[in-house]
Design a protein around this ligand. Sequence first.
Ligand SMILES: Nc1nc2c(ncn2[C@@H]2O[C@H](COP(=O)(O)OP(=O)(O)OP(=O)(O)O)[C@@H](O)[C@H]2O)c(=O)[nH]1
Ligand SMILES: [Mg+2]
Length: 297
Amino acid sequence: VTPAARRSLGRVLSRLADASVSEVLRLPQSAEGRCRRIGITGPSGAGKSTLIARLARRRLTGDGDLAIIVIDPTSPVSGGAILGDRIRMEELEGEERIYIRSLASRESLDGLADNLPDILAALGSFGFSEVLVETVGAGQIAHAIRALVDTLLLVLPPGAGDQIQAMKGGILEIADIYIVNKSDQPGAKELFSALRSVLKRRPVAAGGWAPPIVETSFGDDESLERLAAEIGRHQAWAMESERWEAARALWRAQHVGSLVGRRVGEVLRALPPETLKQPIDTLYRAVLRELTEEGAM
Ligand SMILES: Nc1nc2c(ncn2[C@@H]2O[C@H](COP(=O)(O)OP(=O)(O)OP(=O)(O)O)[C@@H](O)[C@H]2O)c(=O)[nH]1
Ligand SMILES: [Mg+2]
């Protein structure tokens, strides 16, 4: 990322944060499909940011630059600055080929930023070859990010064994790589076994992906190499199966769904207050009419 590209990207992303739907649609849309997306999710304090900081340089392959998006449930708007040690990525500051941006999730329902699909698409059209997206949480948030990435990593700290038992039906269905992080701490082995016994029960179709469990810790470089390699292996598998194209189709569906939802909000807010006294079916048709006229233009 050249300094000029960094500045123009910063401007585009800031503009997207408050853009109307029609402004989003006017932005250049190209080449987003080549960008590989990796989601990193897990409970607060699991060590996700530390892990990303150590992993990032190892994911700089020959074909382009890397972007890191941190969805922050607490901060208002960071203006794209690195949030000091809150996101623990100081060691990447000054790395020319890595772009870091944090986004506020604000009150968005799914725990992601409302405009995340726009941001991810914009990063693709700026030519990034890979994006890492950090989100806090499991459950619903993991499901929401699943639909926007190629590869989903679930990061768990030792002591999460009980949670595993509770979550097995949900989150344990959707990650592509499970990470037992902070493996220097007591409880890592137990967590590993708990995960393994749950994952063993999950059938893998022929030619399908059997999610690996990787033990990592910030002081163990070799563990980070292993993780980087597992991500590469998953991407290679996805590209050879239908998964790659299916993921991109799902991204576009999510993106359009998010734009239509926001547009409906815009239309409703622009209605004269007395219109809202009409029955629901009348209102519904009024909103559809508005959207249809727009679509016909
Ligand atoms: N012992 C040990 N501590 C670690 C390791 N990785 C991270 N930590 C520590 O765990 C704490 C949380 O790390 P973060 O990287 O901020 O965790 P996070 O998952 O990004 O946290 P949130 O963004 O708040 O959800 C910090 O004090 C880290 O120094 C590790 O491998 N071993
Ligand atoms: Mg973090």
